[in-house]
Structure formats: C-alpha cells, structure tokens
Design a protein around this ligand. Structure first.
Ligand code: ADP
Length: 192
C-alpha cells in the first residue's frame, strides 16, 4: 500500500500540524516546501538567500526554483513508497509540474486533502502564531498577502483534483486530535 498525498489549506488552517500527524500515522515522510526553504535560509546558502527575498514579503518563490527543489526531493529513496506534500503545489504551473515529476518516476498521486477554515479564524490563528514563533514572514502584510495568494492561486487547484476524484475536503476547525481523526478517515476514503 502506498500513500502519495498532497495536503492543502490556507496559512493557519493547521496544515503543517495535520501533515505531520498524518505522516506519523501512515509511516511516510512529510515534504514541506516551507520547511525546505527555511532550512536553506538557516544554512544561508544561495537558495536560502533567494527564497528569503520572496518569503519575507509573503510572495511565492519562483516556480523554476521551487519545482527543481521538489523534483530533487521526490527522487530521494525515502519517499519512494509514499509521502505527504505540504505546501506544494501552490499554483496551476506547480500542479502540472508535480504531475510530470510523478509521471517521470512512474507513479501518481493517491489523494489530496483540503483543510478549510474561515478567513477571520485564520487571521486570528496566524497572529497568535506570530506572537509565539516569531517567524520572519509572519508580519501582518505578509500574512494577508499569503492568504490572498492562497485564494487566488492555490484554492482553484481543488477543482482540478476534484475533477480527478482525488479530493477530500476536511473542516479544519476543532481540536487538533479531532481534526486529525477527520483527516485520517477522509484519506482512507479517497484511496478506495
Ligand atoms: P505558510 O503555509 O504559513 O505560508 P509555508 O511554510 O508553507 O508557510 O511557506 C512559507 C513561504 O515559503 C511561503 O510564503 C512562500 O514564500 C514559500 N513557499 C512555500 N511553498 C512554496 C511553493 N510551493 N511555491 C512557492 N513558494 C513557496
């Protein structure tokens, strides 16, 4: 059995948390593009410096850069039997690229989980997170920009995945464990 999944959801929807919980439950690694960029930024390498110039403003890192990074990561042996992609694809070009990458590897997605939450709730959660984590891209402007980009470029991807019968939508409001149960049940459903 393999689980090749994408988890989608606006910033603050609990996507990263749920991706990690689901990955533990299924025994597959998580690939978070945000975490990959942050690791490069911490290492202060060229990719990190380039990424910072976009992430600090809440803008997307250019597709060529992100796509190449994801292609490299998906070719590593630990994800051969499954993975949860968190934060990718974020626009229609990345969606096409992901299809190409997986086709080149002789495989394809098994399912896509979309976490939903109201914008007011998201803004409140993000502000709270900004106070605790002090992430450098959690300024009010960058948060608002990320939510706009999500609505404009990322949310529409659910239509493509929905048309392929891959999409399950899960209400992201509630206790973490409760949402995790919903996600796990939804994933079992999409794979049949
Ligand atoms: P959040 O979900 O809170 O925006 P992430 O950790 O997923 O946080 O991403 C942080 C930043 O990294 C994004 O705002 C963006 O600048 C960059 N990033 C992450 N994933 C992608 C992607 N697929 N394409 C382009 N940029 C990305």
């Amino acid at each position: 059995m393999s689980y090749r999944l994408v988890i989608m959801g606006p910033q603050g929807s609990g996507k990263g948390t749920q991706a990690a919980l689901l990955a533990d439950r299924l025994g597959v690694p998580t690939i978070s593009t945000g975490d990959l960029f942050r690791a490069h930024m911490a290492a202060q390498d060229d990719l990190g410096e380039l990424a910072r110039s976009y992430t600090s403003r809440g803008e997307l890192v250019p597709d060529e850069v992100t796509n190449a990074m994801v292609r490299r990561r998906l070719a590593e042996p630990d994800v051969a039997d499954g993975f949860i992609l968190d934060g990718y694809p974020r626009n229609c070009f990345q969606l096409d690229e992901l299809d190409d990458i997986l086709a080149d590897l002789g495989t394809r997605l098994d399912g896509v989980v979309e976490l939903t939450a109201e914008r007011d709730e998201l803004m409140a959660r993000m502000k709270h997170r900004a106070e605790i984590e002090h992430r450098e891209d959690d300024t009010d402007e960058a948060i608002a920009r990320r939510l706009d980009i999500y609505d404009e470029q990322t949310a529409p991807l659910t239509a493509s995945y929905g048309a392929r019968g891959l999409l399950v939508t899960v209400d992201g409001i509630g206790e973490i464990d409760e949402v995790a149960e919903r996600v796990a049940r939804a994933v079992t459903g999409v794979r049949n």
